[in-house]
Design a protein around this ligand. Sequence first.
Ligand code: ADP
Length: 441
Amino acid sequence: MNYEQLFLEFSEKACEFVEKASGVALGFHSVADGILTTDVEKLQRLLLKYEVFDFSNLPESISSVEDFLKGYLFTFTTGKALQMMIDKKDIKNWIEENFGKGTLKLGGTSANMAVALASFGFKKILVYAYPLVRELAELFPNIESIKTVSQDGRIVHPKDGWKEEKLGAIHWIFEVKKGQKISLSGKEIVCPRDNRFIASWNPVNSKLVIADHFKRVYLERISEYPKFMLAGFHIMRDVYPDGETVESRMEDIASFVDEIKKRGAKVHIEMASIRRKRVRKALIDILFPRADSLGINEVELSWIAEDLGESDEGVLEGDPNAVSTTLRKVSEKAGIGRIHFHTLGYYMLLEKNAEKEKFGLAVAALAAARRAEIGSSPSCDDIKEALRHPLSETGLKASKLSSSDLYILPTKIVSKPKLTVGLGDTISSIAFSLSDIDDFV
Ligand code: ADP
């Protein structure tokens, strides 16, 4: 197979195919991210005031100022990313009073996917955004194809559908920079690398509640959006402050999934990094058996292998033999017909007649490479620019393992990426949106 030829051919047809693709619905969260850089003097002052000198017994979520500061100190000291949910409104208020909202940017997997697809040129996108307040609505780009359901049941651009002024949810992103220093108990702490500590206040979406008006209107208009991409499980909790469990939340989502499947929609689950084992288990037990498709990277696959009691050896390193064996086991145990695995260098698609999706995968790979290079979502025309990047050698080797139900596509690698966050969302959403490509090739 000449992969360069494949990429060239599809880059020329991408816009034509996108025009023919069916509508896609995306749930269940769009959120405002508040971006803040670290003011070391302020951080040090607060740590001293609240007597937080280490991050031992790091809690799972934030119910006090001390918990918040421990999480922040963890990321500052180790340079590792960390996301924690805020449990109490008074702590959210405390953070807001002390740090403000930061620079607001659109975030949340569903919103990120909506922007990736709309920028690319997909014509019909319905994104879940609730509570849709003015500040969140205004973060959506002015692209006509992005629609949501307003609380009074209209299908509108988010900017034409907001109800209240005040933000009901915010994910604060505290960026730490390599080399920043603080001094605690006479000891200097130097931040070892750039990273981010995320403190999220999202009481509605962390339950992945599906608002009634969205359910009703989506079910009425389902034929216009026959593909549904489900994501956001990484902000779910084992047990919520009101006592509700993740299993009960998952059952609620499952009954919605059952209804939309009955009406013929195809359902994709995007994994993202779900750190809580109980949340993963509930997802695997309750939603996986209902899904038609799954998007996953190497870290997520290794966790799922472990959860299913399978070996994860070699998966994290992206060893294609280990990955393919594990994908087959997940597919068998969970009964998912389509799994799209992505890692640096190649994508692996496990599906009956997997090769039929090669065009969709190739365009997703060009879009991801272009996004890595320019730092924003490319259009279908723009992906031709990504052709000049080299194909991954690892990917080329891996591609030899392709078989009738396993298609392995080596991908383009950008040597100096401007931005890598959100690439997984771009890859999975574009490939799934083009997954019925054989209907119009
Ligand atoms: P995120 O959660 O930030 O979206 P993922 O791990 O899910 O991250 O996806 C990242 C994917 O982006 C990788 O699997 C790889 O396919 C792609 N990618 C990362 N870096 C590059 C790069 N420099 N050039 C091309 N593709 C890249």
